[in-house]
Design a binder for this molecule. Structure first.
Ligand code: BJW
Length: 250
């Protein structure tokens, strides 16, 4: 008997989970964290994405986020985002778990998604904890302040911070109950997101990795496809993809 293809497995699956990282947005021109392309001013993401860094120099941290917001505002979803949105439309029980904060999955039409690390397009008041959408590009001044006078921060999850409890619970539940888990463009180094494919695997899911290069997950995945997500995913999902000219992304 022939081994079922990925497409067959997806067609037969009751529940499908997709976990994405920065690599899924790389072909949209959004820099990854740990790649060779480097980050702004040669800072390591770990040195800017911490509450300590923000307490030390909120303006510097905001400059980094402002730079990213300006860049991302000019970027569009790529065929990898589109393939994932198409997959959602074809699967009854589906969850996209993204570590990305860029909002490109939503722009591509993904709706059943959990943003594990928050969003660049929301801010949170340090005094009141209120979260508001903020799409202003550029921001009028840095660092920005709330109407109450307190500093606001990006509504993202920094190192050493807990993930939103509802989001991580939903992600664990989905990982434990899915039949197929597709892991795209993540270095699989940052916890707890990196544990999700292992949880899926331990509960019987068929785990497929798509990445430019091997990661710590590769040895455990059932299939690894090395290449650009924007090229590999449309090939893998083949007939599940909608013709782009007929697709309307609100
Ligand atoms: C392509 C491609 C193409 C390129 N096609 N592929 C030891 C063990 C366990 C845990 C820890 C530990 N030491 C420390 C920790 C905790 C820490 C952690 O995991 N650290 C590790 C670095 C070791 N984790 C945390 O602190 C988390 N919180 C936590 O644990 O809380 C505990 C707690 C509980 C209760 C109370 C209090 C605390 C929080 C982690 C938050 C991560 N935040 C960031 C920033 C978000 C905001 C922002 O964007 O500014 O999230 S850091 C950064 O890394 C960002 C990303 O979402 C995340 C993951 O990166 P990702 O997406 O994998 O990107 P890259 O760049 O690493 O990889 C890209 C990949 O794409 C590469 O593999 C390329 O090959 C590939 N690629 N182009 C396909 N075209």
């Amino acid at each position: 008997m022939r081994t079922p293809s990925f497409l067959q497995r997806v067609r037969e699956a009751r529940r499908v989970v997709v976990l994405t990282g920065a690599g899924v947005s790389a072909e949209s021109g959004v820099p990854t964290f740990r790649g060779t392309d480097g980050l702004w001013r040669h800072h390591r993401a770990e040195d800017l994405a911490t509450p300590e860094a923000f307490a030390r120099d909120p303006r510097l941290v905001w400059e980094w986020y402002e730079w990213r917001r300006r860049l991302i505002a000019t970027r569009r979803p790529n065929p990898a985002h589109e393939a994932i949105a198409d997959l959602e439309a074809r699967v009854q029980e589906f969850l996209l778990i993204t570590q990305n904060v860029d909002g490109l999955h939503r722009q591509a039409g993904s709706r059943r998604l959990v943003e594990l690390h928050g969003s660049l397009w929301r801010v949170r008041c340090l005094a009141e904890g209120t979260v508001t959408e903020n799409l202003e590009v550029p921001l009028p001044s840095l660092p920005p302040y709330c109407a109450c006078g307190a500093l606001v921060r990006p509504d993202v999850v920094w190192f050493g911070e807990a993930l939103p409890p509802g989001a991580i619970r939903q992600a664990y539940d989905a990982a434990e109950s899915c039949d197929v888990m597709l892991v795209v463009g993540t270095s699989a180094l940052v916890q707890p997101a990196a544990a999700l494919p292992m949880i899926g695997k331990a509960h019987g899911a068929y785990v497929v990795e798509v990445n430019l290069e091997p990661t710590p997950l590769s040895a455990f995945a059932d299939e690894c496809h090395h290449g650009k997500a924007g090229e590999v995913l449309p090939q893998l999902l083949g007939s599940l993809m909608r013709p782009r000219s007929l697709t309307h992304n609100p």
